[in-house]
Design a protein around this ligand. Sequence first.
Ligand SMILES: Nc1ncnc2c1ncn2[C@@H]1O[C@H](COP(=O)(O)OP(=O)(O)OP(=O)(O)O)[C@@H](O)[C@H]1O
Ligand SMILES: [Mg+2]
Length: 240
Amino acid sequence: MSLRESTKTTEPIIELRDVVKRYDTGGEVVDALKGIDFAAKPGEFVAVMGPSGSGKSTMLNVLGLLDAPTEGTVLLDGRDVTDLSDEEQTKERKRSIGFVFQNFYLIPTLTATENVEMPTLFGDDPDARERAEDLLRRVGLGDRLDHRPNELSGGQKQRVAIARALINSPRILLADEPTGNLDQKTGRSVLELFLELTEERDVAIIAVTHDPQVSKYADRTITLVDGRMQDWEMAGVTDQ
Ligand SMILES: Nc1ncnc2c1ncn2[C@@H]1O[C@H](COP(=O)(O)OP(=O)(O)OP(=O)(O)O)[C@@H](O)[C@H]1O
Ligand SMILES: [Mg+2]
């Protein structure tokens, strides 16, 4: 059995059990997630597909402890973290989870390197600058270290956001459309970086995507439809 296969026998690093997410905005009640069971193991790369409004971003937010489920349980490393205080959830999030959001959230006044370093600023971390520069080189931006976001293209900003998500060596990477603004070639290099992270560092990656290229790199693809996860055969049929 290869090393990669052997990692698959370990326990999940993150898990959702029967998660319901209901948004009640006063007038209308929306059940964005209607009972999701999901688990990802260290080193696993899972693609999440499904139509607009099917609950993909909601699922990522619940997995990332950014949004609490209305019902059900979130487990991180086997531990129930659903009812932790905001402060404790923030601590868990910072320690374990990296995010790549659809709209980057880079800080306009900071350079690429400073943006990547941001998540380390409140701790004593003497290597942060070097790691930030290394990560930027890894995503092909070694010649853009001192550029500010408005001096970068959309795809370059996205790659800065990916480098920033990796600065604290997360065990889980949650990404919303990580290749959405990238051309095929740059998209592939980001996906290859993702594969390396899963293989070399056992990072679990959960990536929401409309890009069929992502599914090709992923270990498996799940499909959400109207807040529910399709079973394996259904997902196979609806896959592109
Ligand atoms: N904060 C909120 N308040 C009320 N309803 C919300 C909120 N966030 C999401 N929704 C609703 O929940 C459903 C799921 O939204 P979500 O953002 O998870 O979809 P998605 O699958 O990520 O779609 P897309 O592919 O367009 O990004 C949608 O019907 C949306 O309108
Ligand atoms: Mg979304």
